[in-house]
Structures are given as structure tokens and as C-alpha cells.
Design a protein around this ligand. Structure first.
Ligand code: TRP
Length: 455
């Protein structure tokens, strides 16, 4: 592994380090909490199919675009678009939009991440029969308790980002990602010894194509952007720390495949777990409509019940490891969300990393506390910043790259670390996707989302 001398701005130490950091950003609550819930909500395997299509034909090309813009300019999203704007006033707005989305998405992300930490305690208290304490920390509606865990998680995120690129983000993700996969596999192996798990498998892999409609496609696209960390410049920022030897297309392919893989694997845990819980008497689907109860809180409502039903030390170990796993996955993602506004403040306002991280982190913390108390607002944040904000950012990135900066220039940048790419068939296909297919599809989905939100 080549070691690169760290410039004042920071670079990844190794190829693997970057891939793990980007994969760490991608793999998070979106995979382990969002994806399985969406699958259960949207007719099982039919959703998986549409989701895969979205990741491959929209997500992957956009990821290449973000990394290329980042490495070309070596800047945060605002600085990057400024550098390539030729004086155009509107182009940098794409970057500002990314910074805003980063702050807003992180604000609710830390609340949900705080729940995962709270449930580590919930499992422990339950095991030791401190029932009142268990109910207290497990209460998703308790604003004060939510706020404490939210702030705790926010501080963790700030501390990693304060450490910088290779010493903070890269080191932590490199350690955590393999642990995460290990824990996930152990939990899956165990779950299949429990009654009901197999019914979950059937729902997971048995597609019900009648559920495919506009709303499902929207959810799948939003989920793809969110899960791959696209549309707000997180990967422009991570790309800005890349050295010229790294093959961008190959790295993007690894990250995309890794992210899809973890989501599919997480589904193998969460969906069977729902059915195990059901076999244990927990109601998951509305008996009348067949719809899923409480999508947002599903993981937190259903899984603890299942761990309690398993009982004993094994139930405790499963529960605690699961929520620690979720917390770790969330941390490697939340740092990428914070890194976007922080790198903007560092680069554009000449503020030191440490101060920048605490400044931005405090703003996010304040919004996070509001959302901890008024959790109903989280749904609005998801609607505005995930479902509209990220695809909108993605659309602007495609249009910018295809028509303003021009794909030839992007290909030139991609040549570094990947000789011959600009004259390859792959690049022709990529350009067609970036200029036509992805923006048209995103625009269609966006228009119908806005339509749905307004009506
Ligand atoms: N991808 C993460 C997840 O699946 C969330 C995330 C991290 C994100 N960084 C991002 C989403 C940047 C959008 C943009 O949980």
C-alpha cells in the first residue's frame, strides 16, 4: 500500500482506506434500518429489483461523477463548483445546496443514531430486570432522553471528524467496517435457528410485482441516493482527498457493490427477525390492510421484542451486538455527512478543522435536539431533504457535468489512475447515462414526488 505524504488538506493513506471510508459512508442506517423496512413495506423482492436498477443505472454513474469532480478540484462541494464555474453565479449553488442538505440530513440522522445507542442500554436494563429503566431508555417519544443520546452521538461524530481525514475518518472506518460485517453474519446465522425466520425469507425473495407503482419507484430512487451517500457532495468531498493514482471507476464500483451487498445481507437479518417477532406474538402487519405497522420505528419496535423473546444471555448478546452494530454503521456515515459542511468551512472560510467541526456540529446539535423532542418533524425532513433534496442535487450534478463542465474534461480527469478509460466503450455508455438517462429518470421521479408531496 502506497503511503502518500499528507498535504495540509489531507489525503487518504491507502487505496483500501479510501474504499472503506467511502463504503463506511454508504453503509449506515440506510442499509440496516431503511432498506429492510422499505422492502417489507413495498412487496418484498419487487422493491429489491427496482432498487438494484436505481443503484446501477443512476447511482453508480452519479458516484463516478461526484468522485471525479472532487478529485479534479481537490475541494469541498462549494469550492469545487466555484472552481469549475467559469464565473457563473449559479453553479456554486449546487455546492451550497449540498452543504445545507448535509446539515439537515445529519440533524435527523443523529436522532435515529441516538436511538440505536439508547437501545444498547435498553437491552442491558431488560436483562438485569431494571424494567423501569428499560422502558425509559426504550421510549422513542421521550424528548429529554432522545436529546441526551442525540447530543452524545453528535459529539462522537465531531470527535472523529476533528481527527481529520487519514487519522480520524480513515482509521476509524477501517477498523469498524470488518467488525460490522462479522457481527451481521453471526446474527444472521443465529436468527435462522429461530421459529418464523423462514417465513421472512419467503417474503424477502418472493416478488410481488403488483406492488410496483410510481410511489415505489420514488422510494427506491430516494433510498438509492441516500444509501450510496449521493446527491449532496459527500463523495465530492471524499473524492477531493483522493490521489491521482486511484482508479475512480473501479473504486466507485467497489463501493456500490459493497453497499448493495450489505443492504441485501441486512435484509436477511431484519426481515426474518420481523417474522420471528411475529411468531412470538408481536403484531407487525395490520391484519386488515396487510400494511406494515410503524415503518420509521420498525427496527426499534420489533427487534427488541424479538431479543426479549429469545431471552437469557443469548437474547442479551444478540440485542446488544445488534444495536452496537447499527450505531457503528451510523457513525461511519454520520462523519461523512458532517465532513461536507466542515470541509466547506475549513476551505472557504479558513477556519481550523477542530473549530470548524465544533461550530458546524453545534448547529446540527441544536436542530437535532429540536427533532429529538418533536420527532414528528423527522418525516418532513426525510421528505424534503432525502426524497427531494438528494435527487435534485444528483440531477444538478449530472447536468453540470454533462453540459457545463463537459464530459470530455471529466474523462480527462478519470484517465489518471485509469489509462485508456476516455476512449473505452465504458466511457461512452457513462456519458449517455450522465447526459440523458439519469437526468431524465431523476427529473421524472422528482416531478412526481413534488406532485405527491403537494397533493
Ligand atoms: N449512506 C448513509 C446511510 O445509508 C447515509 C449518508 C451518509 C448519506 N452520508 C450521506 C446520505 C451523504 C446522503 C448523502 O445510512
Amino acid at each position: 500500500m502506497a503511503t502518500i505524504i499528507e498535504s495540509s488538506r489531507g489525503t487518504w493513506n491507502s487505496k483500501l482506506g479510501f474504499i472503506l471510508a467511502a463504503a463506511g459512508s454508504a453503509v449506515g442506517l440506510g442499509n440496516i434500518w431503511g432498506f429492510p423496512t422499505q422492502v417489507a413495506d413495498n412487496g418484498g423482492a419487487a422493491f429489491i429489483l427496482i432498487y438494484l436498477i436505481c443503484c446501477l443505472i443512476i447511482g453508480f454513474p452519479v458516484m463516478i461523477a461526484e468522485l471525479t469532480i472532487g478529485r479534479r478540484t481537490q475541494k469541498n462541494p462549494v469550492g469545487a463548483f466555484k472552481a469549475l464555474s467559469n464565473g457563473n453565479k449559479f453553479v456554486p449553488l449546487i455546492g451550497y445546496w449540498g452543504v445545507i442538505c448535509g446539515v439537515m440530513i445529519l440533524s435527523f440522522y443523529v436522532v435515529i443514531s441516538g436511538w440505536t445507542l439508547a437501545f444498547v442500554f435498553e437491552e442491558l436494563f431488560y436483562f438485569f430486570s431494571y424494567d423501569t429503566a428499560a422502558i425509559y431508555v426504550g421510549d422513542l417519544g421521550n424528548g429529554f432522553k432522545n436529546a441526551i443520546f442525540t447530543l452524545f452521538f453528535m459529539v462522537l461524530t465531531i470527535l472523529v471528524v476533528t481527527g481529520g481525514v487519514s487519522k480520524g475518518i480513515e482509521r476509524v472506518t477501517k477498523l469498524l467496517m470488518p467488525v460490522l460485517i462479522g457481527i451481521l453474519l453471526i446474527l444472521i446465522a443465529y436468527i435462522f435457528t429461530l421459529e418464523g425466520a423462514f417465513d421472512g425469507m419467503i417474503m424477502y425473495f418472493n416478488p410481488d410485482f403488483s406492488t410496483i407503482n410510481g410511489t415505489l419507484i420514488l422510494s427506491a430512487l430516494g433510498q438509492a441516493f441516500f444509501s450510496l451517500s449521493l446527491g449532496m457532495g459527500a463523495l465530492i468531498t471524499y473524492g477531493s482527498y483522493l490521489n491521482k493514482k486511484q482508479n475512480i471507476v473501479e473504486s466507485a464500483a467497489y463501493v456500490t457493490i459493497f453497499d448493495i451487498g450489505i443492504a441485501v445481507i441486512a435484509g436477511l437479518l431484519v426481515i426474518p427477525a420481523m417474522f420471528v417477532a411475529q411468531a412470538g406474538g408481536v403484531e407487525i402487519f395490520d391484519p386488515v390492510t396487510g400494511a406494515l405497522f410503524s415503518s420509521t420505528t420498525l427496527v426499534f419496535d420489533v427487534l427488541p421484542e424479538m431479543f426479549h423473546n429469545v431471552g437469557g444471555v443469548i437474547g442479551l448478546l444478540l440485542g446488544v451486538t445488534f444495536f452496537i452494530l447499527l450505531g457503528l454503521a451510523a457513525l461511519t456515515s454520520s462523519i461523512s455527512l458532517l465532513e461536507v459542511p466542515v470541509s466547506y468551512v475549513i476551505d472557504e472560510h479558513n477556519i481550523k478543522r477542530k473549530k470548524a467541526a465544533w461550530m458546524v456540529g453545534s448547529i446540527v446539535g441544536v436542530i437535532g435536539v429540536v427533532l429529538s423532542i418533536e420527532t414528528v418533524l423527522i418525516d418532513y425532513f426525510v421528505n424534503i431533504f432525502n426524497e427531494v433534496g438528494l435527487p435534485l442535487g444528483g440531477l444538478m450534478i449530472c447536468l453540470f457535468l454533462g453540459y457545463f463542465w463537459k464530459s470530455e474534461n471529466a474523462l480527462l480527469e478519470m484517465e489518471d489512475g485509469n489509462k485508456g478509460i476516455s476512449s473505452s466503450k465504458f466511457s461512452t455508455i457513462w456519458i449517455i447515462f450522465i447526459k440523458f438517462i439519469s437526468p431524465i429518470l431523476i427529473a421524472l421521479v422528482l416531478i412526481s414526488t413534488i406532485w405527491r408531496l403537494l397533493s
